[in-house]
Design a protein around this ligand. Structure first.
Ligand code: PLP
Length: 464
C-alpha cells in the first residue's frame, strides 16, 4: 500500500479532530460560511452540539416514538431518496402506503376495509386537517342541497390538541370546545348536545386526551347523536382523533367500542410516529367507507396506466416512515403490538401506584384504562416545599423529562404532572425514575423553595 505524504493543502485531515483548525474556531451560526469544510469534521462537531438535546429515552413528556429497531434505521437509510408524492417513480412505496391504510381500516373495523380510502400524512395534525376538511365539504354539500346557508360551520370537540384549533382557524370553522370542569375533565354526550345545531360539521372525540391520557367516550357520544337524529333528523358525523389510542386500544383494550363499529364514526386519525412505533413523520387518516371522503378533495395522479387518488396538504414528503410503518405492522403483528403496549401500560400503572404511596400526590389518571402513563397533582393543603414545576426541574438534572402544566379552561388552576410510557421503557427504568423522584422530594424537604405569589397560584404550592 502506498503511503502518501501529507501535502500542505490537505494536511489538516490527518490531525486529531479537535486539533484541526475548524474545531478550534467558532462555527458559523447565523450566516453561511464562504468556504467548504471537511464533511466528517462538520458532522462530528454537529453531533457534539446535539448532545445538549435531551436524552430521548428519558423523555417521559412526549407521545412520540424514539426507540426503533436497527432494521428501521437500515430501511430509512435505503429509502432516503423515495418521495411519497411521486407515485409514478416509486409505485411500490405507494403500494406499501396503501397496504398500511387497509390494515388500519381493518384494525379499526371498517365494514369494507379492503375498499375504503385513507392516506398517510406527516402526523396526526395533517390528518386532522384532512379529516376536518372532509367533514366541512360533506356538510356544505348537504346544506347546499337543502338550499341553506353555508357560511357558519362549527365543530364540537372536548379539550383538544392544538391541531383542532389550527384546523378551525385555518379553515374558518367555529370551534365549540367543551371546557373541562373540576368534576368533569372530558367531553360528555350532554355537553355535546348542548352545542350541536344544523351548522355542526362534526363532533371530534379524542381517544387519548393530551392532558389526562384518558379516552373520551365515543360510543356514548355516538348513541346520543343517534337519539338526536331520531328526534330531529339532524345527522351529525363523528371523526375520532385517535392520535395515540388508535394504536393502543385495538391490541389491549379490544372491548372498548370507539371505532368504525359505530356507524356514525366516519373517519379516524392516528399518529404512526406515536404508538404506531414508527419514526417521526408519519400519521394516518382513514375513512369508514369510500363515499365518506368527498370526491372534490381528491386529486388524481396517473401512473403506470393506473389511477392513484391523493389527498394531502404537502407535496413532496419522505417515504421511509411509511415503509417503516409497514415493517412494524408485519414485524410485530398483533401479538407483538399487544405485548409492547401491555408492557407500557403495566409500567404506567406501577408508576401511578408508587407515586400514590408517596402520600403527597392525588392521582388524576391511574394508568389503567387508556394510554400507558400516569398523571398526578399535589394534594390540596400539603406543603412539600416545592411545586410541580420545581419537581420537573429537579428531575431534569438527572435527565428525566416530565411534563408539568396547568390544565386548559375551565381548570387552569389545576397543575398536573404527567408521564407517558413508551416502547423502550422497562421496569428497571421505572424503578430508577421512582428513586430519583423520591430523592428529589427529599431534597426539597431539606431545601424548600419559596415562591412569589403568582408562582404559588400556578404551582399549587402553599406556604405553611
Ligand atoms: C399528538 C396529537 C396530535 C398531533 O399529532 P402529531 O402527530 O404530533 O401531528 C393530535 N391529537 C392528539 C390527541 C395528539 O395526541
Amino acid at each position: 500500500m502506498a503511503l502518501h505524504l501529507v501535502d500542505s493543502e490537505n494536511s489538516e485531515s490527518i490531525f486529531d479532530l479537535y486539533a484541526q483548525s475548524a474545531a478550534t474556531r467558532e462555527i458559523p451560526k447565523y450566516k453561511m460560511c464562504e468556504n467548504s469544510n471537511d464533511p466528517e469534521l462538520v458532522k462530528d462537531l454537529l453531533l457534539d452540539e446535539l448532545l445538549l438535546d435531551g436524552n430521548a429515552k428519558q423523555n417521559l413528556a412526549t407521545f412520540c416514538q424514539t426507540d426503533v429497531d436497527k432494521e428501521i434505521h437500515e430501511l430509512m437509510d435505503k429509502s432516503i431518496d423515495k418521495n411519497m408524492i411521486d407515485k409514478d417513480e416509486y409505485p411500490q412505496t405507494a403500494e406499501i402506503e396503501n397496504r398500511c391504510v387497509h390494515i388500519l381500516a381493518d384494525l379499526w373495523h371498517s365494514p369494507k376495509s379492503a375498499e375504503t380510502i385513507g392516506c398517510s400524512t406527516t402526523g396526526s395534525s395533517e390528518a386532522a386537517m384532512l379529516g376536518g376538511l372532509a367533514l366541512k365539504w360533506k356538510w356544505r354539500q348537504k346544506m347546499q342541497k337543502a338550499g341553506k346557508p353555508t357560511d357558519k360551520p362549527n365543530i364540537i370537540t372536548g379539550p383538544v390538541q392544538i391541531c383542532w384549533h389550527k384546523f378551525a382557524r385555518y379553515f374558518d370553522v367555529e370551534i365549540r370546545e367543551v371546557p373541562m370542569e373540576h368534576n368533569r375533565l372530558l367531553m360528555t354526550p350532554e355537553e355535546v348536545l348542548k352545542r350541536v345545531d344544523e351548522n355542526t360539521i362534526g363532533v371530534v372525540p379524542t381517544f387519548g386526551v393530551t392532558f389526562t391520557l384518558e379516552y373520551e367516550d365515543v360510543k356514548a357520544i355516538s348513541e346520543a347523536l343517534d337519539l338526536l337524529e331520531k328526534k330531529t333528523g339532524l345527522d351529525i358525523p363523528i371523526h375520532v382523533d385517535a392520535a395515540s389510542g388508535g394504536f393502543i386500544a385495538p391490541f389491549i383494550q379490544e372491548k372498548i367500542v370507539w371505532d368504525f363499529r359505530l356507524p356514525r364514526v366516519k373517519s379516524i386519525n392516528a399518529s404512526g410516529h406515536k404508538y404506531g412505533l414508527s419514526p417521526l413523520g408519519v400519521g394516518w387518516v382513514v375513512w369508514r367507507e369510500k363515499q365518506d371522503l368527498p370526491e372534490e378533495l381528491i386529486f388524481r395522479v396517473n401512473y403506470l396506466g393506473g389511477d392513484m387518488p391523493t389527498f394531502a396538504l404537502n407535496f413532496s414528503r419522505p417515504g421511509g416512515q411509511i415503509i417503516a410503518q409497514y415493517y412494524n405492522l408485519v414485524r410485530h403483528g398483533k401479538d407483538g403490538y399487544r405485548r409492547i403496549q401491555q408492557a407500557c401500560l403495566d409500567h404506567g400503572i406501577y408508576i401511578a401506584e408508587e407515586v400514590k404511596k408517596l402520600g403527597i400526590f392525588d392521582l388524576l389518571y391511574d394508568g389503567k384504562s387508556a394510554l400507558p402513563g400516569a398523571a398526578w397533582m399535589l394534594k390540596k393543603g400539603v406543603n412539600p416545599g416545592f411545586n410541580l414545576y420545581d419537581l420537573s426541574d429537579k428531575m431534569r438534572a438527572r435527565g428525566w423529562q416530565i411534563a408539568s402544566y396547568s390544565l386548559p379552561a375551565n381548570c387552569q388552576d389545576m397543575v398536573i404532572q404527567r408521564v407517558l410510557i413508551r416502547h423502550g421503557f422497562s421496569r428497571d427504568m421505572a424503578d430508577l425514575f421512582l428513586e430519583d423522584l423520591k430523592r428529589s422530594i427529599a431534597f426539597f424537604h431539606k431545601n424548600p423553595v419559596t415562591h412569589g405569589s403568582s408562582q404559588e397560584d400556578a404551582g399549587g404550592f402553599h406556604h405553611g
